[in-house]
Design a protein around this ligand. Sequence first.
Ligand code: RTP
Ligand code: MG
Length: 147
Amino acid sequence: MERTYLMVKPDGVQRGLIGEIISRFEAKGFTLVAGKLTQLSRDLAETHYGEHKERPFFGELVDFITSGPVFAMVWEGENVIKSSRTLVGSTNPIEASPGTIRGDYGVHVGMNLIHGSDSPESAVREINLFFTEDELVSYKKTINQWI
Ligand code: RTP
Ligand code: MG
């Protein structure tokens, strides 16, 4: 079953939106595999966002993502990588549709509440960056056979 890495960013934690965000992925039918509140080192943040290191906003992005605790998660489900990006919404909250997390709660492109892996390769890389194998819990939901 496919897995993805999702992370409530410091603005989402500060605004008390961890529960709301988790609820959306639970309600969709995905399964939480791992989760922890953690503060990113500069090193880890720079590695995580390595693909953006030449972009003008890179310094700001690393400052922001290390500015407070984040809630790191792994979620599992059919097409969870693509589907969770749909639930998250467009990068710029101004362009994100209502009903998406960024569309409902975000205002600023830098403070857009949540990160989601954008491909199967990124998902594997990011899950391994943030979690050890024994932190990933494999189980089957037994009450819900309908999704
Ligand atoms: P993320 O990686 O955080 O899930 O966001 P994303 O895929 O939707 O967007 P991405 O292109 O990967 O950009 C990573 C994060 O960089 C910040 N950003 N700032 N100032 C700007 O123009 C700008 N562009 C991107 C955003 O916080 C974005 O989530
Ligand atoms: Mg991205």
